[in-house]
Design a protein around this ligand. Structure first.
Ligand code: GDP
Length: 622
């Protein structure tokens, strides 16, 4: 907001009144003068032209003033609050910023719903079970579902609607029953965080495995507390102590060892220890003081949605605030409707559903997406109008959206002060470089920007990495590894930037300049194509010839290439030759076969991937 300028009495005040008098009495025609307003009210976004109009000034005056400050601008340049403050000080205007609530932005409205403490009541915690495959997620979900049916719902037929409620000591706990972290990250990637507690399940006969680590990363990145369930303690090979120390090594420290994570020894199959696990969930929930206001119109998030042949769009909603009623009109993502029927996870028809209750509803015009928010309106017409406008905006957004999270965008946001944290995921061919990179990054220090390494592991980039990066707004740094075409495509879809390097200090330089809001690499490597080696011929003169099939893009005779085996770069160099049907070829494109050799390198094997790349100059305008 603009500061109050020093108020000076306008020097020509007197003349002005004289003029007016003269005008009336003496038929004197003065030069028309502009009355500059002393106060204006503005809202962002605003351009120089628009501000000039409010101030009744000529745009060129503002452009000139900004120019003298060293900013080049035009009538269409958008202004920041700080610039407006400077301009208003210069032109002696008091500016008041008005916040305009966008009626269509229900995400923003939901995020800003504020209630008085006296209206809040405790609500059940929402729990997601995560862990490595086969460690017992589904079994645990089923055991809890069957043994802890909410009172009064006996006899209902269990429906898989994506979430259910269990009863523990007369209190309820809501479980999201899509096990694994796909649902969790998919939701977070869409901005929805509905989980209050993560149950990390680890089989006592297997210990910490890759997906266990991923689950920890996901929960930590989301800032959600973890409760550990050491499962399968009934099995002969069970070694709970080993699980405890392995988890402690991953930064999940048991309470018994001075940490803050509750560990439960359970058998999901027999049910042993499951009650204690549920009680520890209530304990963690109490510490979080989870509350909501049940007495307002409902809002919440879509857990699952599908098109049912007979019933039309069906959505499972998790009520997060207020109480949802059968018959309510609502906007869900960019769909809308009136709830024709609302059912519980036991298939019972419901009239009302309060906070943390999952319900299945029908009556929407279209199928929303998991992670979409919903909000109830008092009129059907209003819900329809808002949804229609949201749909139009969505279409526009999809059209304009390219790589929203490019390095250049980030650098710009940092230099404008709109970004204070950079999240990074590191993947590398060997443990050493992942660790070295992580340690060096953590030492980088720039006052205004913090860098968090949210995952650092060995191996090539996977779809799960992309989802974590997408959910956490992170950049992925890869060392000596190459993602597959499918993973690249996923990254593109999710708007995740992948930076591939062979030299750690180069990556560090890049991150450091990014932290200073400077970045724009002068040269950027562009992958032009990939080929798969299908046959090998050994020729005594030319060395190993790789009979290859171009799976993607184009490979050129003068390309730089790297040889990738199981996602790891084994060699980087130049092509020695490129041939099609015994003839030299300048380039070979996707869908065609070719024979190629790599200069000074013969250890090519069937199944290897050859990636062609070139360095291209990129504009440096950050
Ligand atoms: P998920 O992939 O994590 O969902 O794992 P599942 O729940 O499908 O379990 C994998 C296998 O482990 C199944 O054969 C289960 O019956 C078995 N299992 C799960 N929990 C236990 C347990 O507590 N004890 C024993 N012995 N087996 C279990």
């Amino acid at each position: 907001m603009a500061k109050q300028p020093v108020k000076k009495k306008p020097a020509n005040n007197k003349n002005r009144s004289n003029n007016r008098n003269n005008n009336r009495n003496n038929n004197f025609t003065p030069r028309p003068r502009v009355e500059y307003p002393k106060e204006i009210t503005y809202s962002l976004p605003i351009t120089i032209g628009e501000l000039a109009e409010l101030m009744k000034r000529n745009s060129s005056e503002i452009i000139k003033f900004l120019f003298l400050l060293g900013n080049m601008s035009t009538i269409n340049t958008s202004l920041s609050d700080e610039e407006i403050e400077l301009i208003c000080e210069e032109f002696k205007v008091v500016a008041t910023k008005e916040f305009i609530v966008d009626e269509d932005d229900i995400e923003e409205q939901i995020a800003n719903r504020v209630f008085e403490e006296k209206d809040l009541q405790p609500r059940p915690p929402v729990v997601t079970i995560m862990g490595h495959v086969d460690h017992g997620k589904t079994t645990l979900l089923d055991t809890i579902r069957n043994a802890h049916v909410v009172k009064g719902e006996f006899g209902g037929i269990t429906q898989h609607i994506g979430a259910y409620q269990a009863s523990v000591n007369d209190r309820k706990v809501t479980f999201l029953d899509t096990p694994g972290h796909e649902a969790f990250t998919a939701m977070r990637a869409r901005g929805a965080q509905i989980t209050d507690i993560v149950v990390l399940i680890v089989a006592a006969d297997d210990g910490v495995m890759p997906q266990t680590k991923e689950s920890i990363d996901h929960a930590k990145a989301a800032g959600v507390p973890i409760v550990v369930a050491v499962n399968k303690i009934d099995k002969a090979g069970a070694n709970p102590d080993r699980v405890m120390s392995e988890l402690a090594n991953e930064g999940v420290m048991p309470e018994e060892w001075g940490g803050d994570t509750i560990f439960n020894m359970i058998s999901a199959r027999s049910g042993e220890g499951v009650d204690d696990l549920l009680e520890s969930l209530l304990l963690v929930a109490d510490m979080q003081e989870l509350k909501a206001n049940p007495d307002v119109c409902a809002s919440g998030t879509v857990v699952e949605a599908k098109l049912d042949k007979g019933r039309g769009p069906v959505a499972t909603l998790l009520v997060q605030q207020g109480t949802l009623h059968s018959g309510d009109s609502l906007v869900v993502g960019s769909s809308y409707g009136r709830i024709r029927k609302m059912t519980s996870d036991k298939g019972m028809e419901l009239k009302n559903a309060g906070p943390s209750t999952p319900v299945e509803i029908i009556g929407l015009n279209e199928v929303p997406k998991a992670g979409d928010v919903f909000m109830v309106y008092d009129s059907y017409k209003k819900a329809a109008e808002i949804a229609q406008r949201r749909m139009n905006k969505q279409i526009e957004l999809e059209r304009s959206q390219s790589s929203a999270r490019s390095l250049e965008d980030m650098a710009r946001m940092i230099s404008e002060g709109d970004m204070q944290e950079i999240n990074i995921l590191i993947k590398s061919d060997v443990q050493g470089s992942a660790e070295a990179m992580k340690a060096s990054i953590e030492k980088l220090n720039v006052d205004t920007v913090k860098v968090n390494v949210i995952r650092s592991t060995v191996g090539t980039i996977t779809e799960s990495d992309i989802m974590l990066a997408s959910a956490s707004n992170a950049i992925i740094y890869g060392f000596n590894i190459r993602p597959t075409a499918a993973v690249r495509k996923k990254a593109e879809e999710e708007g995740v930037e992948i930076r591939l390097h062979n030299i750690i200090y180069k990556a560090l330089e890049e991150i450091e300049s990014l932290m200073k809001g400077l970045l724009a690499p002068v040269f950027e490597e562009v992958v032009t194509g990939q080929a798969e080696v299908r046959q090998i011929y050994k020729a005594s003169k030319v060395g190993t010839i790789a009979g290859s099939y171009i799976t993607d893009g184009v490979i050129k005779r003068d390309s730089s290439v790297r040889l990738i085996r199981d996602g790891i770069v084994v060699y980087t160099g130049k092509l020695g030759s490129l041939r099609r049907f015994e003839n030299d070829a300048k380039e070979v494109s996707q869908g065609f076969e070719c024979g190629l050799t790599i200069e000074n390198y013969n250890d090519i094997k069937v199944g290897d991937v050859i990636e062609a790349f070139e360095d291209r100059e990129v504009k440096n305008d950050a």
